[in-house]
Design a protein around this ligand. Structure first.
Ligand code: FHN
Length: 614
């Protein structure tokens, strides 16, 4: 949603947009307005940098990082067929949201069936209630799936729920959902498929720009009319039937356009080509990564049965036990869980879905067990155990135990750094829990039974030891070369507040530097707040090398597409470790980010306060 850009935000965005400040940060000259107006958004070209903040710490994405659990809704003209298409020869073809394509339904016939679509029983309040009952904090609904049918009264074409259906022409289900979501304090996002099976201009690269123009217009309608918190793109991959010409460069343009419409939008990585440099977060589907994802926030989307869209024959529902454990697993790896419902032809969420969602909410609301999810993240201090999942929130570790130990037996946690356990309790039980240092970590011995078969949460109050005070850094020295060999004298030398740059195809570190064949050297020192092993992560395109205390720790000098490289380095709290980063862009896209994480440090772009030019 649009934020009123305050004076401070203007100043910050100006600083970020400028990407760097002169070496000696000059105080504003006498008479300079205290808050310089934000620079105009670069239209592209040398000097453009699309990285305006860090999704790991940006206010605009805070809700996404805290909420952890959302409802996905697949609802479109395909829902009207409820998963089955009877062919003229009497045979039945089954699919859900892909039914038109997979069952080879002729366009005219599919459009004809869409005209009978009448989700009269769609009840936005009931949908939001189901989400709230589940403990979900945000909703993402398909506004337009691959079929090209818009679920709102778009002015761009007549292939939509208002103009091409039997639905009440005075209703707008996205508006109804927006009102119900706002009233319930739930964020609303829209799924939008780039791949469009219906638009006649889509398949041919020569006419694709006409489709693209209509797509931009529809997206502007969605943002202007419903003020979504999030856009969930899909259909970005290389495919045929129809041919999908979408490129990373198309994604760069679209993402930049959307950020201009609403800088607070949270956007997934399928706006581009589903890479670490696209959008704000990664989108693993029907799977849960086995560890925190490097370089990006992430959200796993999953079906409740085996279909996204409604399929009347699909009764293969996951148990609420599986669903809760999936949610605990995603949270414990700093991810979100987007769980799907598929309303039927009348717009009703299937009862088996509603039942499971309610059971999930009951678990979350029991004995404060939701504390292990909302606002929680990767455990960090300990290795993930086999007997459950461990998440962290402040000085609490939440061990969600799915394999309760036999009487008198213990659960072992392997420590990743030094920390103390001050106390332990089982949520929902008064049983005594003993914690003893053991080998490479701690043994936790409950004295009673599990509280429930889904997961029993043991809350540990921990003391991770003192962190060094926040640094006073202003950023690293940045030397910019107009060649990829970093040879000769740098064209520009200044202080860079953060190594957080998405120059992409057209951009570069400064208007005076061409968008290809340039190099950057950052140098100075990096000051951690914890004494432990840090993971330094670079996101780079084309090449990068990193030295810490004079030792080469990342050597990724073979030109590559956007790529993650990592190094483990032992750092000392409050100590300034020397750092040097050499980076070069040859041709094509240009990206360079430096992130860090440690047992006590959640993943983030290394902040300005911890970076020093010397
Ligand atoms: O093809 C779609 C599919 O129908 C569904 O929408 C999923 C959900 O993320 N996305 C695509 C498959 O990756």
């Amino acid at each position: 949603m649009r934020r009123r850009v305050t004076g401070l935000a203007l100043l910050l965005s100006a600083a970020l947009a400028a990407a760097a400040v002169p070496l000696a940060v000059a105080a504003p000259a006498e008479g300079t307005p205290a808050l310089a107006p934000a620079p105009p958004r670069p239209a592209g070209g040398p000097g453009t940098d699309h990285a305006t903040d860090d999704p790991f710490t940006a206010d605009r994405a805070n809700w996404f990082r805290q909420d952890r659990f959302g409802m996905f809704i697949h609802f479109g003209a395909y829902s009207n067929l409820e998963g089955e298409y009877k062919r003229p020869d009497g045979s039945v073809c089954r699919n859900a949201e892909w039914i038109k394509r997979e069952c080879k339904i002729p366009a005219a016939e599919y459009e004809k069936q869409a005209r009978s679509f009448d989700p009269a029983d769609f009840d936005a309040k009931a949908v939001v209630r189901a989400a709230k009952d589940a403990g979900m904090k945000y909703i993402v609904i398909t506004s337009k799936h691959h079929e090209g049918y818009a679920m709102w009264p778009t002015k761009v074409n007549s292939y939509n729920l208002r103009d091409h259906s039997s639905f009440d022409k005075n209703r707008d289900i996205l508006a109804e959902l927006k009102t119900a979501s706002d009233d319930a304090g739930i964020k609303l996002g829209f799924y939008y498929s780039i791949w469009d099976w219906h638009d006649p201009d889509f398949p041919d690269p020569a006419t694709f720009p006409k489709y693209e123009k209509r797509m931009y217009a529809q997206l502007k309608e969605l943002v202007d009319t419903y003020d979504p918190a999030l856009l969930w793109f899909d259909g970005e991959w290389d495919t045929e039937d129809p041919h999908n010409p979408w490129t990373a460069r198309d994604g760069e343009r679209l993402e930049s356009y959307l950020r201009g419409l609403d800088p607070d939008l949270v956007i997934n990585n399928r706006v581009g080509k589903r890479r670490v440099v696209d959008g704000d977060y990664g989108t693993p589907e029907q799977e849960i990564p086995d560890a925190p994802v490097d370089g990006q926030l992430w959200e796993s989307c999953m079906t409740l049965n085996d279909h996204w869209g409604f399929a009347r024959y699909d009764q293969n529902w996951k148990s609420s036990r599986t669903l809760v454990r999936n949610l605990l697993a995603t949270t414990s790896r700093s991810g979100n869980y987007l769980l799907n419902v598929g309303p039927d032809a009348r717009g009703r969420i299937p009862q088996p879905s509603v039942d499971r969602l309610k059971e999930m909410g009951t678990w979350l609301r029991t004995a404060g067990q939701g504390e292990a999810v909302y606002g929680a993240r990767y455990g960090g201090l300990v290795e993930e155990p086999k007997w459950g999942a461990v998440s962290r929130k402040g000085n609490k570790l939440y061990a969600a135990v799915t394999q309760w130990p036999g009487a008198g037996r213990s659960l072992h946690l392997t420590a990743r750094t030094d920390f103390a356990v001050k106390s332990a309790r089982v949520l929902g039980s008064s049983q005594k829990v003993t914690v003893t240092k053991a080998g490479d970590g701690y043994d936790i011995t409950p004295s009673g039974a599990a509280t429930n078969p889904t997961a029993t949460v043991i809350e540990l109050t921990v003391d991770p030891g003192r962190a060094a005070r926040p640094g006073t850094g202003k950023g690293l020295k940045q030397e910019i070369f107009d060649n990829a060999e970093l040879s000769g004298a740098p064209k520009l030398t200044r202080v860079d507040p953060a190594v957080n740059h998405a120059w992409k195809f057209q951009g570069s570190p400064d208007a005076s530097i061409p968008s290809d064949r340039f190099g950057v050297r950052w140098s100075g020192s990096i000051e951690p707040r914890h004494s432990e092993t840090y993971t330094l992560t670079t996101v780079s395109d084309d090449v990068v090398r990193v030295w810490i205390d004079g030792k080469l720790v990342i050597d990724s000098w073979n030109p590559h597409e956007p790529k993650i490289d990592k190094a483990q380095v032992a750092l000392t709290a409050g100590k300034r470790h020397s750092i040097r980063i050499d980076y070069a862009e040859n041709t094509g896209e240009a990206h360079m980010k430096l992130l860090w994480s440690s047992p006590n440090q959640p993943q983030q772009v290394v902040p300005r306060t911890q970076l020093f030019a010397r």
